[in-house]
Design a binder for this molecule. Structure first.
Ligand code: SIN
Length: 303
């Protein structure tokens, strides 16, 4: 194990840097820019059982130090992901990949995970119970500890791969949801998904996003994400993947001190497609500057 490597649910990552779902496509698009095998892994675009067209446009609004999105889980559906996207990825990425799964019922989550369970390259299932941009699914599971637990149980029944629940910050007590997921058998947790927000166009006096509200991400949310990673990692004993506004090697280290085993990076990829590579390249010098020998030793060091 190198000085950057970490263990995520029994799988070794060369480093803790993971492009977040929705910010890195199905990976091969970024392989045109750099060798994506430098990544720890990445989480691919949120995938549902059936194809989804997504929400009406505009779907993106800018904010100070961040952005709002209301994409609505646009994706080609799990069968096309397996038959068309994963074979393209396999040619350029030679590590286990994280499959991000969304759904509208516990059964639907389970069916999609069962299909992805057959895919050798899928190393973890990241089960997204936190999308704020769809009705009747996504976040409606993640805001209720028992509903989140029911998704965990349904998915765990169909797969032996590690199951990581992606949690929403749009709750009063995220630790309660985290504990319910752990008790139901989750192998790990990732947090935070986006914070529900909105913007108005001052000229039209109407919402900028066609879906009115959307999810806020980017550097503005980093302190909120850090606080929740700290709270959740104190409350559970399974690994926590931290995300939310991470854009530098020092942010990665701060997230790990708060309790993250690995760190996902989302919005930063949209302003700088080389962000994850840059952060990986910068980590050793930042570790030297802070007197850190191995990253795995600092997880939860800020508790
Ligand atoms: C979306 O597709 O709307 C974003 C996914 C998410 O926030 O979980």
């Amino acid at each position: 194990m190198g000085r950057l490597s970490v263990d995520l649910c029994g799988v070794t990552l060369d480093n803790p840097v993971i492009p977040a779902s929705g910010a890195f496509g199905y990976g091969y698009e970024f392989a045109e820019l750099y060798d994506i095998n430098c990544l720890g892994t990445f989480s691919f675009k949120g995938t549902t059982l059936l194809p989804r067209f997504g929400n009406p446009t505009p779907r993106i609004a800018e904010t100070p130090a961040g952005m709002l999105n209301s994409v609505g889980l646009q994706n080609p559906g799990v069968e096309k992901v397996i038959s068309e996207e994963l074979p393209k990825l396999k040619k350029v990425f030679h590590k286990p990949v994280m499959a991000n799964v969304s759904g509208f019922s516990a059964e639907e989550y389970a069916k999609t995970c069962e299909l992805l369970d057959q895919e050798e390259q899928v190393g973890w299932l990241e089960v997204n119970v936190s999308c704020p941009n769809v009705h009747g699914g996504g976040m409606s599971f993640g805001t209720d500890p028992q509903a989140a637990a029911s998704v965990v149980r349904a998915v765990k029944a169909v797969t032996k791969k590690p199951v990581i629940l992606k949690l929403t910050p749009n709750v009063t007590d995220i630790a309660a949801v985290a504990v319910a997921c752990e008790e139901a058998g989750a192998d790990g947790l990732s947090l935070i998904n986006t914070l529900l927000g909105m913007r108005l166009d001052l000229r039209t006096r109407k919402p900028i996003l066609a879906n009115v509200m959307g999810g806020l991400s980017g550097p503005a949310v980093f302190p909120v994400a850090l606080r929740m990673v700290y709270q959740v990692s104190k409350a559970v004993s399974i690994p926590v993947v931290g995300m939310g506004g991470v854009s530098s090697a020092s942010d990665v280290i701060e997230m790990m001190l708060a309790g993250a085993t690995a760190v996902e990076i989302g919005a930063a990829n949209l302003t700088d497609p080389f962000a994850c590579k840059r952060i990986i390249d910068e980590l050793p010098a930042e570790m030297d500057r802070l007197g850190i020998d191995r990253l795995s030793e600092i997880i939860g060091g800020g508790h």
